[in-house]
Design a protein around this ligand. Sequence first.
Ligand SMILES: Cc1cc2nc3c(=O)[nH]c(=O)nc-3n(C[C@H](O)[C@H](O)[C@H](O)COP(=O)(O)OP(=O)(O)OC[C@H]3O[C@@H](n4cnc5c(N)ncnc54)[C@H](O)[C@@H]3O)c2cc1C
Length: 500
Amino acid sequence: MDTNYSLILFRSDLRLKDNPAIYQCLQDSSKIIPLFILDSEDLGSASKLWLQNSLVQFKQSLLDLGSGLLITKITETKDLANYISSLSKDLRFKNIFWGRRYEPINIKKDTELKQALNEAGFEAKSFCSNLLIEPWEIFNKQGKPYQVYTSYWKQYYEYLSTSFKDRSLPCDYSLSSDNLIAKDKLASVNLNTELEDLDLISSHHWEAKCAQYILTGELSAISKLKSFIARSDNPQEYGLLNYGEYRDIPSVIGTSGISPHLHFGEISPRQIWTEVNKVESPLKIDFMKQIIWREFAHYLLYHFPHTETKPLKKDFINFNWLDLSDAKNLDALKIWQKGLTGYPIVDAGMRELWETGWMHNRVRMIVASFLVKDLRVHWLEGAKWFNDTLFDADLANNIMGWQWVAGSGADASPYFRIFNPARQSEKFDPDANYIRKWVPELKKLSNKYIHAPEKAPSGFLRAANIELGKDYPLPMVDHALARDIALNEFKKLKDKAINT
Ligand SMILES: Cc1cc2nc3c(=O)[nH]c(=O)nc-3n(C[C@H](O)[C@H](O)[C@H](O)COP(=O)(O)OP(=O)(O)OC[C@H]3O[C@@H](n4cnc5c(N)ncnc54)[C@H](O)[C@@H]3O)c2cc1C
């Protein structure tokens, strides 16, 4: 009798556990043919590096099960449908399963793919793999999508914990070599691409430097989660039960560091939810709320796809952003990217990002506020830079974060809330350990002046071996002045909205 095979497409769910597409294969008693498809030319440099490493591990875990991973790079849906048809001639499968994606371009691609495959006589099915609940499951009382997090969270939490309790549990199965296509059979397929041919790595020295900070893969994701849940107040590393207290302190490890694993689907939100729920403490709720912020970001992008490039609040379309076709203005963006603004907390964050491919959430808010409010550079420029340099670069989270800071998004900080970088660092990095780590030229400056070195008397600067403008930049803009200009521009928007 012919073996019954199903093709599983892996794109942003590079895991073997809690994968509903795999679960479906097992329910159907069919053997899995695993196929990874790279269907985008637009991955950021950091994402490519993470993906390369993650794929090596994912493939290895399949090889360890006596199987392997087919790999291909196809950007056009029509070509992908043809590729799958050709593959089915060799491997004889009828079913194709995959986990859903929520970026507007990917929704379009996957809808077209499903249609093309169904028309070609295949059975194509997609599953909720990377969110706890689908964006189309909850709405406000008026039947409209939520735009305010607190109300969304309330309904979300109730929905998940009561009516759909079992939905938040991971799929229960274990995989063996009997469940997967055998290695030899896969090796006979001549439509396979080698991992190296995906061109995910270049020889840029930045990659070699950043590579030391990444530990990719499903096993790392699970062990990172478990260590976050288990650790308690070790002086520099805080876990779940101290999350509310330390999550805003960038000089310590006070958050989970799970974001890139979630983005690439090396772990599912259901696995996280379940593990966190096992902890008997009300303190866990602070962390759970963050997991639901991620769901909210995907919800917003799904219901308001234009927010990928346009403000959610329409008034902001007319905001007077800095004109970057002027070379002087473009320089301002580059200075921010390099971490040479003369504002220590901003520079520390931008340098942490460049060095490690990650930045602390509190500092993301501060650097973003500086770019959009002090420099008045369009938030899309900041989002682009983050997309290129963050290992956890994720369209939904990134867009929500930037629009929130700019004031143009859902539940956004009000336009008049402009972070004062020095006040922020005094509050969240009072001993300046974070600044000293990433801006070592200021190391010797006392806590009193390190947050705003331009305010230090010259004797203090000399004693710390700093000549401002030479060893460390003078502030590129005067915050108080920049704040007034931004407020004025925001006020014009308000006035215009009232008069129209
Ligand atoms: C301007 C800006 C841009 C951002 N860009 C991204 C991005 O590209 N990718 C990304 O994953 N996050 C982004 N964030 C959100 C947040 O900074 C990161 O998710 C968080 O720092 C990741 O670290 P962690 O895993 O240790 O988080 P933890 O604090 O341990 O939180 C656990 C998980 O909850 C989710 N989460 C936490 N905070 C947020 C948040 N504010 N919004 C959405 N989800 C959240 C993440 O999936 C995170 O991994 C951005 C925030 C801002 C202000």
